[in-house]
Design a protein around this ligand. Structure first.
Ligand code: SAH
Ligand code: SF4
Ligand code: F3S
Length: 446
């Protein structure tokens, strides 16, 4: 087959920002570009096509991208014919405006339009005009696109796209379209194929996986617990993970599925966002603190040793000292294994962006520092409590610093560096010996 691209385009450089959904989209982008005959490179200087898969969840993401685009502009001047592609959520949120601000960008492609990328590149080359595609909803599921998978025994599997929750601070529903679930047989087929290639662990991806199959118009009958059950029957698949769960949609059936289905791992990422009922209501989260605490109690009762991680936003409009104290006390009360903490960032078009009363920056930063210290101390303490226990580790590969050490994860998603050169995909029983707030060291337990 002849290459569809001119001779001077041989390589691509791909840089990804944002969440795992975007990382996964990048596997598809790499697959599509590979299909055009382009080879991946790791440095922008050696890339003929420079692709930035962007995120717009917080302003910081925009600022970081600006730096990268500055470099792309310089590189483009240095080599004739070089192309710059901006993909992802920021491309979708800014659309054609983006060209006005960054005229050297050749192609824009939103997350629901990835499959248009080869056509857009061809159009740009043939017509000389900058082009973009910004579909409102997914028409081609990612599994229908080629993929270049990350190495190792783990794979991402998209089970739904979009979000229809409209939390008042969040841009995702505007850039990822409405919630839509993939039919179960398609997911099963993809996972079976991955397992046949040697994958042992899948992470099911969606903005709100426990709403799987619940949107009006879904062709199937299954819900998320039923999906977990179906996947648990696949021989050779030893671990199933999922992200993200919305607290309002955690059902007792889901808790039972986690407790009873052997491959489903004992880890739930359950973003709480705030400990104050007033702020939770203003965020439009549709649960209160008491409900969150109840869900956690049910999970801990049914799934001994379950690890819980969360997301928390600090400095939401009108957050008072008392509201923040509620967040601290909730974190104290729950005891998380880890938390991602974010300073509220107003996003254009969202309801919260127009709300008054954002605490001053110094106040928010001081609150953030206090929260981070608490979260770290708690995570370290919870990890220390596991010292001396034996855990099953799925080996991902050699540690970066020492080939005589292998890196893997527990079923609860904790990183462990274990003495010994094990193969990726091996399951090893390890006794935990030292701990920090984010990782462990250990030795094989024979
Ligand atoms: N779908 C997931 C979260 C996706 S975004 C869920 O609902 O749980 C990941 C995290 O980014 C959110 O949980 C939230 O804590 C944070 N986030 C989203 N929008 C934000 C904003 N405007 N400012 C600060 N943090 C934000
Ligand atoms: Fe954003 Fe809320 Fe949807 Fe999560 S559930 S993606 S925070 S709107
Ligand atoms: Fe993910 Fe950022 Fe988009 S968090 S869904 S890449 S806005």
């Amino acid at each position: 087959m002849s290459r569809p691209l001119p001779e001077n385009l041989e390589t691509f450089y791909l840089r990804t920002f944002g969440c795992q959904m975007n990382e996964h989209d990048s596997e598809r982008i790499a697959g599509l570009l590979g299909g055009l005959g382009l080879r991946p490179v790791t440095e922008p200087e050696s890339g003929d096509v420079l692709v930035y898969n962007t995120c717009s969840i917080r302003e910081k993401a925009d600022t970081r991208l600006r730096g990268h685009l500055g470099e792309a502009q310089r590189l483009k001047r240095e080599k004739r014919g070089r192309l710059v592609v901006v993909a992802g959520c920021l491309a979708q949120s800014r659309r054609e405006d983006f060209f006005a601000e960054f005229p050297f960008v050749d192609v824009l492609v939103g997350p629901q339009s990835l499959h248009d990328l080869p056509r857009l590149i061809a159009e740009r080359l043939q017509t000389g005009r900058r082009t973009g595609s910004f579909r409102e909803r997914t028409t081609t599921w990612s599994a229908q696109l080629p993929r270049t998978r990350r190495d190792g025994p783990s794979a991402w599997v998209q089970i739904m796209t979009g979000c229809t929750n409209y939390c008042t601070y969040c841009i995702v529903p505007y850039v990822r379209g409405p919630e839509a679930s993939r039919p179960l047989p398609e997911i099963l087929q993809e996972v079976r194929g991955l397992v046949a290639e040697g994958v042992r662990e899948v992470t099911l991806l969606g903005q709100n996986v426990n709403a799987y199959g619940r949107e009006p118009g879904f062709a199937g009958r299954e819900d998320f617990p039923a999906l977990l059950e179906a996947l648990s029957g696949i021989a050779g698949l030893v671990r199933i993970r999922f992200m993200t769960s919305h607290p309002k949609d955690v059902s007792s059936r889901l808790i039972r599925a986690i407790a009873e289905l052997p491959p489903v791992c004992e880890h739930v990422h359950l973003p709480v966002q705030s400990g104050s009922d007033r702020i939770l209501a203003a965020m439009g989260r549709r649960y209160d603190r008491a409900r969150y605490v109840e869900v956690v109690a049910q999970l801990r009762e049914a799934v001994p040793g379950v690890a819980l991680t969360t997301d928390i936003i600090v400095g939401f409009p009108s957050e008072t000292e008392a509201d923040f104290a509620d967040t601290l006390s909730l974190v104290e009360e729950i005891g998380f294994d880890g938390a991602f903490t974010f300073i509220f960032s107003p996003r254009r078009g969202t309801k919260a962006a127009a709300l008054p009363g954002r605490p001053p920056r110094e106040v928010t930063e001081a609150r953030m520092a206090q929260l981070v210290a608490l979260v770290q101390a708690q995570a370290a303490e919870r990890n220390r409590a596991l010292l001396g226990t034996v855990q099953e580790i799925l080996i991902e590969g050699p540690s970066k610093n020492d080939p005589a050490v292998s890196k893997g994860r527990t079923r609860t998603h904790k990183t462990v560096n274990v003495r010994g050169a094990f193969s990726p995909g091996e399951l090893v029983k390890v006794r935990l010996e030292t701990a920090t707030s984010t990782s462990f060291t250990g030795t094989p337990a024979t």
